[in-house]
Design a protein. Sequence first.
Length: 94
Amino acid sequence: MLLSKGSDAPLALRVLFRQCVEMAPSILVIDPLTTLAARNSSRQIDFSPMDETFLSELCRMLEEAKERGVTMIGVTLDPSMIQKRVLQCFDEQV
């Protein structure tokens, strides 16, 4: 399923996550992670409440995945471009 940041992304990610929980053990790959959790280092654009809600939901899913048998993998070429709070929810970085 193709996800992109926007009004449908939180709902689509929740649906996909629930499907992975139902099929657990399973793997959910978010590639590239910057599509959903990019860091705005320039601060030229403030995050909207929708963005904040989405990032919180993503972090909650990452925590819940550990208990539900879902391995979530976020792929990026540059971890410095990802929201720190999202990176901290992943168990490890490779």
